[in-house]
Design a protein around this ligand. Structure first.
Ligand SMILES: Cc1cc2nc3c(=O)[nH]c(=O)nc-3n(C[C@H](O)[C@H](O)[C@H](O)COP(=O)(O)OP(=O)(O)OC[C@H]3O[C@@H](n4cnc5c(N)ncnc54)[C@H](O)[C@@H]3O)c2cc1C
Length: 318
């Protein structure tokens, strides 16, 4: 690629052998062969066209807060989405994909707009949140999306997706299923509210996270999705009284399942199932990607054995 006379300007802008651990909240990940930071929509589209033309493996990175990169690194181009225009009009916010969720929450509270309070304390970017339909406290990004602008890398064209086109579900979206859809920006519809009330809710949510999440360690948030069904096994129902309530809501928290398997605090290498919140795996000290993967597999095995439940990962392993 060094001698390539491509018309693409990004040839002059990408870096080589960039350590991915510096770009993820897990602080794990070997070198990316090529690394490009897209600061404008034009840059991002150009980079995508470039990798498609060169048939290079690629990965669009947001804030790196939902990802485990391998210590082996990535044999292709990491395109870090840093496009970050944001503006507010009446009760709508237009935001590009690389805007940090913390900046989005700040703007909405400054403008007295309600609907994003649950986002406070979630690291990462708007693009990553749309990709995985991020959510907390019973809300998700799908609740406030009006439109998502995407670049379809296969068809080489920009398109607007309305809410229903995004096929959002619990930590699901069409973007998760179709790698050709690159999120450029979106339009959010919020509600006018009282600044003081909004700030109070934000503080409450952040306090909850400080109290319940292992924020003093590197992690990628919750590792597994909650189990969205019921447990009918009578033996388990008798043993665990909480199951009655969970069954009513048709949602069994992954953290509860993991804790009941006695896995809180379990370590492999430098990785540990958090002692504070069992659905977090933390990088205690220089954990490798393999340490984390082994711990994930152990958790899955134990939960399957005890509850006959197949836990699904929320984080992505690359
Ligand atoms: C302490 C902590 C707490 C967390 N709490 C929560 C929580 O309460 N709720 C929750 O849902 N999540 C939570 N997370 C996980 C994570 O922060 C969110 O899922 C966040 O939205 C991910 O955004 P990101 O930009 O970091 O995505 P990344 O990790 O960078 O990427 C995630 C995926 O999105 C894709 N992607 C990113 N940008 C684009 C784009 N422009 N176009 C196409 N694809 C794109 C990537 O390719 C990747 O597949 C938490 C994480 C941590 C570390």
């Amino acid at each position: 690629m060094q001698n390539d006379k491509s018309k693409f300007k990004i040839n002059r802008k990408f870096k080589k052998n960039v350590l991915l651990r510096d770009y993820t909240t897990f602080k794990i990940g070997g070198p990316a062969k090529y690394f490009f930071e897209a600061k404008t929509e034009e840059d991002l589209i150009e980079a995508i066209k470039f990798v498609y033309q060169k048939k290079l493996p690629f990965f669009v990175l947001g804030g790196g807060s939902n990802i485990l990169f391998s210590n082996e690194g990535f044999e292709g181009m990491i395109i870090r989405c840093q496009i970050s225009n944001i503006k507010c009009q009446n009760s709508k916010i237009y935001t590009e994909a690389g805007v940090k969720l913390s900046d989005l929450v700040k703007l909405s509270s400054d403008k007295g707009l309600s609907g994003l309070e649950w986002v406070a304390g979630i690291p990462g970017t708007v693009g990553g949140a749309i990709w995985g339909n991020a959510g907390a406290f019973g809300k998700s990004i799908a609740d406030i999306i009006k439109e998502v602008k995407i670049f379809n890398a296969k068809e080489l064209r920009i398109k607007n997706y309305e809410l229903r086109d995004c096929k959002f579900g619990y930590r699901e979206s069409i973007f998760k299923k179709n790698k050709n859809l690159i999120i450029l920006s979106c339009l959010l519809e919020l509600k006018k509210g009282k600044r003081k009330e909004i700030r109070k809710k934000i503080k409450k949510n952040i306090d909850y996270r400080i109290k319940n999440h292992p924020l003093n360690f590197s992690s990628a948030g919750c590792v597994f999705k909650n189990y969205e069904s019921r447990i009918r096994n009578q033996g388990l129902m008798k043993k665990f009284s909480e199951l009655k309530e969970f069954n009513k809501k048709r949602e069994i928290p992954a953290a509860w399942l993991i804790e009941k398997c006695g896995l809180k605090g379990r370590k492999i290498g430098g990785a540990q199932v958090s002692e504070k919140h069992a659905n977090f795996i933390v990088n205690l000290r220089k954990a490798s990607s393999n340490d984390i993967i082994k711990l994930i597999n152990l958790v899955k095995k134990k939960v399957k054995e005890k509850f006959d439940i197949k836990l699904e990962k929320e984080i992505q392993i690359i």
